[in-house]
Design a protein around this ligand. Structure first.
Ligand SMILES: Nc1ncnc2c1ncn2[C@@H]1O[C@H](COP(=O)(O)OP(=O)(O)O)[C@@H](O)[C@H]1O
Ligand SMILES: [Mg+2]
Length: 259
C-alpha cells in the first residue's frame, strides 16, 4: 500500500481552447491537510472537479488508494470514500438543517428497497440511527440548536458549515473543500480551522482549495501552487510564502499571499 491516498498524473482539462488544468501531477499523503492555492482562474476548482468526478479529464490519471478512479463517476467515488463541498453552496434550502445532513447518509442506508414504499421496522431504525449521527455532525459544526430550522434561513457562514456536515455524512476518507472560508468572518474561520484539524486527527485526509491565507498557512501540511492551469510550486507553508515565483504570481493578480 502506498503512503499516498491520491496520486494524480499529468492531469489535463481543456474547455475548447482554454487549458483550465494543464499537466498537473500531485501526490497527496494520507492523513494530512493538502492545500491547493493560486490566483483566480488558476484551475483550482477544475482540479477539484476532476478529483471528485464532477468532470472527467481530457487526459491524465487519478489513482485513489492504489485504484484507478479516472473514469468513475462522482457517486461511485463517494462510495469509495471521496466527498467534497462546492465553491458555490448547494443545499436543499427548503429542507430542515437536519434533513440536509440526513440526505447525505442515503448511500449507506441499510434498508431493503421495498421498505421505502411500505415503511417498516428497518426503515424506522435506520432513520433513527441517521438522525442520531446527523445530530452528532451538526454538533461538530456548531449547528445543533438550528437542526429544525429551514436550511435557507441560516446565515451564509452557517450554510457553509452545514454543507460540510452533509458531506461528512457520506463518511469520507478523503474530504475536499472548495473555498470553505469564503464569506466567513474571523471567528468562523477560526472555528473552521479547528474543525479541519480535528478531522485530520480522526484520520481523514483533506484537500482544501482556499484563498484565505491565514487558514492555509495555519492548517496545511503541504501546499500545491497552481497558475494558469499549471504547476507553479509546492512545499510546506513557510517555503511557499517566501517563494519568489509564488509571490510574483500573486502580485501579478489582484490577490495577496500575505497572512
Ligand atoms: N465549465 C467551464 N467551461 C469553460 N471554461 C471553464 C469552465 N470551468 C472553468 N473554466 C475556465 O477554466 C479556468 C480555470 O477556472 P477555475 O478552475 O474555476 O479556476 P480557480 O478555481 O482557480 O479560480 C478559467 O479560465 C475558467 O474560466
Ligand atoms: Mg475556484
Amino acid at each position: 500500500m502506498s503512503e499516498h491516498i491520491l496520486e494524480v498524473k499529468n492531469l489535463c482539462k481543456y474547455f475548447g481552447g482554454v487549458k483550465a488544468v494543464d499537466g498537473i501531477s500531485l501526490k497527496v499523503p494520507k492523513n494530512k491537510i493538502q492545500a491547493i492555492i493560486g490566483p483566480n482562474g488558476a484551475g483550482k476548482s477544475t482540479t477539484l472537479n476532476l478529483l471528485s468526478g464532477t468532470y472527467f479529464p481530457t487526459s491524465g490519471n487519478i489513482s485513489y488508494l492504489d485504484k484507478d478512479v479516472t473514469t468513475l463517476a462522482l457517486h461511485q467515488r463517494v462510495h469509495l470514500g471521496i466527498a467534497r463541498t462546492f465553491q458555490k453552496i448547494r443545499l436543499f434550502k427548503q429542507l430542515s438543517v437536519l434533513d440536509n445532513v440526513i440526505a447525505g447518509f442515503h448511500i449507506h442506508h441499510h434498508i431493503p428497497f421495498w421498505e421505502y414504499i411500505i415503511p417498516a421496522k428497518a426503515f424506522k431504525k435506520d432513520r433513527q440511527d441517521c438522525q442520531e449521527e446527523a445530530m452528532g455532525l451538526l454538533k461538530f459544526v456548531g449547528l445543533s440548536d438550528r437542526a429544525h430550522d429551514r436550511a435557507g434561513s441560516l446565515a451564509y457562514g452557517q450554510q457553509r458549515l452545514l454543507e460540510i456536515a452533509r458531506a461528512l455524512a457520506t463518511r469520507p476518507q478523503l474530504f475536499m473543500l472548495d473555498e470553505p472560508a469564503a464569506g466567513l468572518n474571523d471567528t468562523e474561520v477560526q472555528f473552521l480551522m479547528d474543525r479541519l484539524i480535528e478531522l485530520k486527527e480522526k484520520n481523514m485526509t483533506i484537500i482544501v482549495v482556499e484563498h484565505n491565507m491565514k487558514l492555509v498557512m495555519n492548517v496545511a501540511d503541504q501546499i500545491f501552487v497552481m497558475d494558469h492551469g499549471e504547476y507553479l510550486f509546492d512545499g510546506q507553508p513557510a517555503d511557499v510564502q517566501s517563494n519568489p515565483k509564488v509571490i510574483a504570481a500573486y502580485l501579478g493578480a489582484d490577490d495577496e499571499v500575505s497572512v
